[in-house]
Design a protein around this ligand. Structure first.
Ligand code: CAA
Length: 258
C-alpha cells in the first residue's frame, strides 16, 4: 500500500512507521490516522514482524490533532462521524509490542497517541503536554484518562489545566517515558530495543502485553488470576520448551517463528 502521510521501513523483524506531515508538525488529520490504522494492523497481522516502532520527525512526534481541519467542525459532525474514536484507536487493537520513539513535540493528540504505545523512548529534545484547553476543548483521545494513570492525579491535573509542556527529563522522572537518549541516538536506541523484543518469542511478548494492559482494566486479584492463566498456557507453546531447554543445555534459545 502507498502512504501519503507515513513513511514505512522494515528492518529485519521490526517495522518502523514514521508520521510524515512536516509542514504541519505532524498534526494528526483524518488521512494520516486512517493510514496509521491500516499500517499498524497490517504489521500486526504479518508473521515476519515482531515489534513496531512509531515515530515522527526530529521536530515533532505530533503537535496534536489537526486544528485547521477541526476549527469549523460542528457537534453533529463530530458525534455522527465518531470523531477521534473511529480511526484513532486502531493502535489499541495491535497485539504485538509498539514502541513510541518521540523527538520534539508530542502535544495534545500527539501525547495521547504516544501514550497508546506500549512504552516510550524519548529524545532529549522531546516535549510533552496536553494544551487542548488553550484551543477550547478537552483532550479527545484519552488524555484525561491515560495521563493520570501514567503519572498520577496531581501531575496530570497540572499539565491538563495549565497546558504547560514538560521536557524529556521531567517526563522520565514522572514515569511517562521509560528512557531518555540524546536526540541523534533516538532511532538507534529504539531500533535496538525493538530488535531485542522481536528476537523474543512473539507469542509470549503478546501475552505479556495483554497481561500488563489488563492491569489497567481490572482488580489486582482478577489481574493476577488472568496472568496465571496465561503463564500456565505458556507451557503449551514451543517457546517455553525451547527457552527452558536452551537454558538447561547452556545454549542460546532460537525463538525464530515462535
Ligand atoms: N494542527 C494544525 N497545524 C499545526 C498544529 C496542529 N495541532 N501544530 C502546528 N501546526 C502548524 C502550524 O499552523 C504551522 O503551520 P504554518 O507554517 O502553515 O503556519 C506549522 O505547523 C508550524 O507550527 P508553528 O509555526 O506554530 O511552529 P512553532 O515552532 O512556532 O510552535 C508548537 C510549535 C508549540 C507545537 C505550536 O505549533 C503549537 O502550539 N501547536 C498546537 C499545539 C496544540 O494545541 N495541540 C493540541 C491540538 S487539539 C488536540 O490535539 C485534540 C485532541 O486531544 C485529540
Amino acid at each position: 500500500m502507498q502512504y501519503e502521510d507515513l513513511i514505512i521501513e522494515v528492518q529485519d523483524s521490526v517495522a518502523v512507521i514514521r508520521l510524515n506531515r512536516p509542514k504541519a508538525l505532524n498534526a494528526l488529520n483524518e488521512n494520516m490516522m486512517n493510514e496509521l490504522g491500516a499500517a499498524l494492523l497490517a504489521f500486526d497481522a504479518d508473521d515476519k514482524i515482531g515489534c513496531i516502532v512509531l515515530t515522527g520527525s526530529e521536530k515533532a512526534f505530533a503537535a496534536g490533532a489537526d486544528i485547521a481541519a477541526m476549527a469549523n467542525y460542528t457537534y453533529p459532525d463530530t458525534y455522527t462521524q465518531g470523531y477521534i474514536s473511529r480511526n484513532w484507536e486502531h493502535i489499541l487493537r495491535v497485539r504485538k509490542p509498539v514502541i513510541g520513539a518521540v523527538a520534539g513535540y508530542a502535544l495534545g493528540g500527539g501525547c495521547e497517541l504516544a501514550m497508546m504505545c506500549d512504552f516510550l523512548i524519548a529524545a532529549d529534545s522531546a516535549k510533552f503536554g496536553q494544551p487542548e484547553i488553550k484551543v477550547g476543548v478537552t483532550p479527545g483521545a484519552g488524555g484525561t484518562q491515560r495521563l493520570p494513570r501514567a503519572i498520577g492525579k496531581a501531575k496530570a491535573m497540572d499539565l491538563l489545566l495549565t497546558a504547560r509542556t514538560i521536557d524529556a527529563l521531567e517526563a522520565e522522572r514522572i514515569g511517562l517515558v521509560s528512557r531518555v537518549v540524546p536526540a541523534d541516538k533516538l532511532m538507534e536506541e529504539a531500533l535496538a530495543a525493538a530488535k531485542t523484543i522481536a528476537a523474543m518469542p512473539t507469542s509470549v511478548a503478546m501475552m505479556i502485553k495483554d497481561c500488563v494492559n489488563r492491569a489497567f482494566e481490572t482488580t489486582l486479584t482478577d489481574g493476577v488470576a488472568y496472568e496465571r492463566r496465561l503463564f500456565q498456557s505458556a507451557f503449551g507453546t514451543p517457546a517455553q520448551k525451547e527457552g527452558m531447554h536452551a537454558f538447561l543445555e547452556k545454549r542460546l534459545p532460537n525463538f525464530d517463528g515462535l
